[in-house]
Design a protein around this ligand. Sequence first.
Ligand SMILES: NC(=O)c1ccc[n+]([C@@H]2O[C@H](COP(=O)([O-])OP(=O)(O)OC[C@H]3O[C@@H](n4cnc5c(N)ncnc54)[C@H](O)[C@@H]3O)[C@@H](O)[C@H]2O)c1
Ligand SMILES: O=C(O)C[C@H](O)C(=O)O
Length: 309
Amino acid sequence: MKKISIVGAGRVGETTAQILAETELCRDIALFDVREDVPEGVALDILQSAPFFKFDGVLSGSNDPHILRDSDLVIVTAGFPRQPGMSRADVLESNVRIIDQVTDHIMTHAPNAMILVVSNPVDTLTYRVAQRTGWGRERVFGQAGVLDASRMASFIAQETGFSTRDITTLVLGGHGDTMVPVTRFCTINGVPIAHFLSKERIAAIVERTRTGGAEILALRKNSSAYDAPGAAVAAMVDAIANNRRRLLPCVALLDGEYGETDIAMGVPCILGERGVESVVTLDLNAEERADFQRSAQAVRIDIERLNML
Ligand SMILES: NC(=O)c1ccc[n+]([C@@H]2O[C@H](COP(=O)([O-])OP(=O)(O)OC[C@H]3O[C@@H](n4cnc5c(N)ncnc54)[C@H](O)[C@@H]3O)[C@@H](O)[C@H]2O)c1
Ligand SMILES: O=C(O)C[C@H](O)C(=O)O
């Protein structure tokens, strides 16, 4: 991938830029932010770590949206994080204004780009970007489930003592308290986690996964998570840049899959060089289907709020 732009040079944007640069996933990274001088400062600071990490490439930052031009991918991390005690949906009104402005910049300066939305509430904002651009769902998608699944895998590793390398997890649905960790598809090298963990322990891991973002927020106090989120975004970029065709949970527009239409939420997708190549429909059991529908209902409430703005 020739050029990746990151909109929002805050905590998540900066962490993502650092990982993309270090891993040389892209050698031309541009940062755009409205805070005066900040994107230039972030770009310069990361560049000065190049001799340690031994990477080459160009990193630039600007308050001028022209910096987005010719991007192949734009990662959107602009917007307010929630504060302790808030839900992600509580920043919807403030962040819609920001996301609309950012979307217009992308349409003007990077009309051929893919857009990866990170800003919260990510399902609703991905839906908003898709509506505003009118671009196909392969080009407009969001990050949530890769992070939630990685949180769940880290909890399973802590409980079982197994290597994270061997742990596979799947979290679907909206990126809120109703997210759907699908324990039936969580394994340790193919062995279902139920072989190693009791029902009670699995239930506790599911609950901790659902509240994983709030747990970090409560501990960090002035900031929501950004280390694992930056790594999750980088994993998605790796799938795209290297055309890996990975099966990853992405926030994607649904067109009848899982019985849902006119909504964006977390579903398993094939992610490759063209973005979301397809949505994979799993045969969910009755309980999983009910959980997924409940999660869709929560996202729909936000979309209705959005439509009233
Ligand atoms: N989807 C996920 O899994 C996930 C994970 C972590 C954080 N987030 C979300 O990502 C967003 C950013 O989090 P953060 O911790 O980096 O916040 P932050 O406050 O550190 O950074 C946000 C940045 O956005 C910039 N910004 C605001 N308006 C802008 C505009 N119109 N154009 C360009 N830039 C603008 C701000 O100046 C700031 O630098 C939040 O909404 C947060 O909830 C999502
Ligand atoms: O919790 C948040 O508000 C940030 C992010 O969505 C997360 O899950 O870490």
